[in-house]
Design a protein around this ligand. Sequence first.
Ligand code: EPZ
Length: 433
Amino acid sequence: MEQYVIKGGTPLLGEVSIAGAKNAALGILAAAVMTDDEVIIENVPNVRDTRVLLQAIQGIGARVHYQDEHTVSICGKTIKNDKYLCVDDEYIRKIRASYYLLGALLGKYKHSQVALPGGCDIGMRPIDQHTKGFKALGAQVSIHHSMITAEAEHLTGSHIYLDVVSVGATINIMMAAVLAEGKTTIENAAKEPHIVDVANFLNSMGANIKGAGTDVIRIRGVKQLKGTTYSIIPDQIEAGTFMMAAAATRGDVLITNVIPKHLEAITSKLTEIDAIVEEYDDAVRVHCENRLGSTNIKTLPYPGFPTDMQPQMAVTLGLSEGTSIITESIFENRFKYVNELARMGANIKVEGNVAIINGVKGYTGANVIAPDLRAGAALVIAGLVADGYTIIDDIKYIQRGYEKFSTKLRALGASIERVETEKEIQKFKLKTG
Ligand code: EPZ
């Protein structure tokens, strides 16, 4: 099984470019099948989740062609639209975003069947708001043998109020509504940058969506969607992860190909703890020489502090002067990494959805296991700072959402390698000892 081996203690220095946003790409790749024309999507992050979703899209009969590592053409014309149209294979059950094909295929063919989603184990992750939206548009939704089926004679616009601010439900309902008859309003909608990106993509295909990025999205159904060429926005969370790594290692990193507005909550909190963040048109520079200060964080839907940056922030605050408190208000099980971090010397106490962090002077290397995608990235940051060697298991989670993560970190001066055997670990230790 692949692992990361890291020798800590080197400040990150240099420049890193950010890939396309995974959580925008997953919605956009699914929505691309909603037309019979060819769609070309640029700046697709080359990560496990996008590769798995593209395999599933190919599996239902669409034509998928990689024009280059980050440009994909998709044509939904050849999808076998019959009663057997079903998205189910061992891979698709492993990713959360498989359910976007439910909304896309329901919107286009008025029926779809998808294996219930997998994804990171950070909480219950129900899909009741998704099904609430589909039913409001006129679909019957049922779950049998871990398959969810949605079908409708026709879809009619409706007024949908989300009981919970949900990124996935907002995107899924948007896709199901763009070809429905009449007007749909989604209230209490999620406002993340990736929601806006999916809406802009659908509008570039001829949809009529207004208000994405606010908590009220208005959609007027159209007859059909057409082909388009579209480039995905940069990944806010990958950018935030490198910002945190630069601060935690007391380095100096220019993070390019970003939209600084999307990073405001992260920038604000880093500035609060005395890191220096300089904003440019499409880049941010993060540097600091001294020990960071402490602060309090509450994760919230955008534009609040993103839950996907919570573990990375906790690792950084774990080294700060003083006590910090993190409240995780989105997911009920997103502190699993704390036990792993304790093995590296962190002093964090979790009580329910609150983590009380007493800063320590440093971490020491250990063997740890990545419990999920963002917690895995956070443990890498801890390893970069720790004294000695850290070995991280289950890095498949990290590879779901970070493209060439160890390569990018090595280019910033980190001693990190992806290894598969004990022999490779020994070789790394000899090389870096
Ligand atoms: C998306 O997950 C992201 N994943 C997550 O990123 C991210 O953490 C999350 O949004 C919040 O920003 C993708 O985009 C593929 P939600 P999603 O629906 O859509 C509850 C990463 O690291 N809820 O916004 O599943 C839910 O339990 C991943 O890239 C319902 O109750 O999140 C949670 O408490 C991890 N009913 C809250 O809403 C529903 O029908 C927010 O979930 C749907 C959600």
